[in-house]
Design a protein around this ligand. Structure first.
Ligand SMILES: [Zn+2]
Ligand SMILES: [Zn+2]
Length: 133
């Protein structure tokens, strides 16, 4: 496992491990299937662990895929803003940090007095490799 986090419970580290090993997004049910041999029985066990991992910033939720992905910033203590480019052909998900967009959004929310807690930007489209194929 690339990451180790002293505060993680056994279930949380198992879930985080399966997401890290996958190298891409997984649904909660795919995680449950992968962890049946490790004693996971109910979706709720997976959801509870995921909820905490998302809170810690180790895992991001991809709303448009209804899936979860390990944060690709290794050693990072978590971040409130994440952006993903999702290929609709091959399923490749690339995480990046859109600094200019973040600055713009922070200005806007500041002006509006909107209390921002988390931002996830999801770009859907076709990746470079698929576009070239
Ligand atoms: Zn991240
Ligand atoms: Zn692709």
């Amino acid at each position: 496992m690339a990451h180790s986090h002293p505060e993680l419970t056994k279930n949380q580290s198992l879930v985080f491990g399966s997401l890290s090993d996958a190298g891409g997004p997984l649904t909660a049910y795919a995680i449950l299937d992968a962890l049946r041999d490790s004693g996971f029985r109910a979706p709720l066990q997976v959801y509870r662990a995921l909820e905490k991992l998302v809170d810690y910033g180790l895992v991001h939720r991809l709303e448009s895929l209804n899936a979860f992905v390990a944060c690709s910033h290794s050693g990072c203590a978590g971040h409130d803003t994440a952006a993903f480019a999702i290929c609709e052909k091959c399923g490749l998900v690339s995480e990046f940090t859109p600094d200019k967009a973040i600055a713009y959004l922070k200005d806007w929310t500041g002006e509006q007095g909107f209390q921002l807690s988390r931002t996830t930007i999801e770009l859907r489209g076709i990746c470079k490799q698929c576009a070239a194929a």
